[in-house]
Design a protein around this ligand. Structure first.
Ligand SMILES: [Cu+2]
Length: 507
């Protein structure tokens, strides 16, 4: 039996009638009363994820509209900053395990504060399951109250939280936000960046910004961040949740991440395995990079992915591990796909959709694109030789000769604002939606990847199957459109370096 059970934040209507939320608010209040240089303060914890304390102007911490009133001093020692701050792992296979450890530490600190106030000694973080029934796609109401039931200010309320329509109405649009990542069968493509990123993300070293997100990170994680944070009504600033260097200042952050952690555990519960590669298990510190380290109430905790690999090793569980049944798209169910492509005697059983083989370039557009409010359009010309391989794999698909999968990449996406989503279509069929969480930092030339920005990979197997069946694939070119979810400001300076299409064959 686990000592701690994480429960649904929407219990008791998601209001302060839910005691877990009331105690969360009070615990957050205690942590917010501590100084920036106190490793158990709310501000120190947000900075562990990421911080812009030294930046002037928004999103510098000194320019964040209260509440909360965010401090920028007293600074902890240089060595504490280097040891703890700016640790979050994004666009990486370390995304799930790093955040699991981060949640455990924050939860332990809140619990300590709750106990100090006379609250329950088994308090545990609640999760926000935006895919749940009824109104659960909306933020639990306790987060939007200005005051606690006793009339004091509500520590869960933040000013800079604007929602998908920039009007302060916070909800998650479903779709495009989805649980489709739960249908992945591979955590990562084997040890190379030239394969699809899988459920958990591509193999990387210590990865604070830049590169390509895994599917859990991309959707729902990144999208929920940007939907909650959004942009202010005047467009001058974006919400805290939209940007990794300010996101963990918003108490909804941890409730969102608790659901992401639950989705990882649920994916494992369905029989999907985490990496067994020692580079994943031992974390980046084993290769001489930074370690994963958290301030716990009892002292510092250094951990590796192997330490947080499974809930059975840890002292908490979730009251409900089921994620809603996600019907596989035709492209994710091999039997359905073979039938659709006209194969004789299609397989009866559902087989894992993911393949672990190298991608081959089928074609790309010829120049960088600027993303305006009206969007952008690219023609992807297909190499006739590679296209022939793709077409014959679809034409000859059978159980013995499995059809290719196809991916669209947006390479080197750059810009100064994270708070947008881009809808991508191919020949007027929906290909997917990506959120730009992490874009600004990943585009800065002094950043980890020299300002190369973010890469996105969308599985467009189903679109290509449809184009093949309607004989439009032979035209030798694809019409790709990229449309932002709302008007983009000029200063956002959004661009896409290249649009490319890849095939992946069974080995
Ligand atoms: Cu996050």
């Amino acid at each position: 039996m686990s000592s701690y059970t994480r429960t649904n934040a929407w219990n008791n209507g998601g209001t302060f009638d839910n005691p877990t939320l009331l105690w969360y608010a009070k615990g957050v209040g205690v942590m917010q009363s501590r100084a920036l240089n106190d490793s158990s303060s709310w501000w120190f914890f947000a900075a562990i994820h990421g911080e812009y304390i030294g930046e002037s102007g928004y999103p510098g911490w000194g320019s964040i509209p209260a509440p909360p009133q965010v401090p920028t001093s007293p600074m902890p020692s240089q060595s504490d900053q280097e040891k703890f701050w700016d640790q979050c792992q994004h666009q990486s296979w370390y995304f799930p395990p790093w955040h699991r450890g981060y949640l455990l530490a924050l939860e332990a600190q809140v619990r300590e504060a709750v106990i100090s106030l006379g609250g329950p000694s088994d308090w545990a973080l609640p999760y926000w399951d935006y895919f749940g029934p009824g109104d659960e796609f909306e933020i639990p109401p306790a987060f939007t109250e200005q005051n606690l039931p006793d009339g004091s200010p509500n520590p869960l309320f933040v000013n800079a939280r604007y929602g998908p329509n920039s009007d302060g109405n916070i909800f998650i649009p479903i779709p495009p936000v989805s649980q489709n990542c739960e249908n992945n069968t591979l955590y990562t493509g084997s040890n190379t960046q030239t394969r699809p990123p899988g459920f958990g993300g591509p193999s990387t070293g210590f990865s604070h910004s830049g590169g390509m997100s895994g599917n859990l990170e991309s959707n729902p994680h990144n999208q929920v961040h940007v939907d909650v944070g959004g942009n202010s009504p005047d467009g001058d600033i974006w919400g805290l949740m939209s940007d990794p260097g300010i996101a963990a200042l918003d108490p909804i952050f941890y409730i969102h991440h608790c659901n992401i952690d639950r989705m990882w555990a649920a994916w494992n519960d369905k029989g999907n395995g985490n990496p067994t590669d020692p580079n994943w298990l031992s974390g980046p510190a084993a290769s001489g990079e930074r370690e994963f380290i958290m301030p716990m109430p009892y002292g510092d905790w250094v951990y590796t992915p192997a330490d947080v690999n499974s809930l059975s090793q840890l002292d908490y569980t979730y009251d409900d591990m089921s994620t809603a049944f996600v019907a596989p798209r035709p492209s994710e169910n091999l039997a359905l796909r073979l039938k659709k492509l006209g194969a004789a005697r299609p397989a009866e059983t559902v087989s894992g959709a993911d393949m672990d083989s190298e991608l081959e370039l089928v074609g790309a557009n010829d120049k960088a694109l600027k993303i305006k409010s009206s969007g952008a359009r690219a023609t992807v010309n297909l190499d006739s030789g590679v296209q022939d391989k793709l077409t014959s794999s679809l034409a000859e698909a059978s159980e013995a000769s499995l059809p290719d999968r196809v991916y669209l990449q947006l390479e080197n996406v750059r810009g100064n604002r994270d708070s947008y989503k881009l809808d991508v279509s191919v020949n007027q069929q929906k290909a997917g939606t990506v959120a730009l969480f992490g874009l600004r930092r990943a585009s800065q030339p002094d950043g980890e990847h020299g300002g190369e920005g973010l890469n996105f990979m969308l599985d467009i197997t189903e679109v290509i199957d449809n184009l093949f069946l309607s004989n439009t694939l032979d035209e030798g070119a694809l019409d790709v459109r990229i449309v932002p979810n709302q008007a983009v400001t000029d200063s956002s300076d959004l661009s896409v370096g290249r649009v490319s299409v890849y095939r992946q064959g069974r080995q």
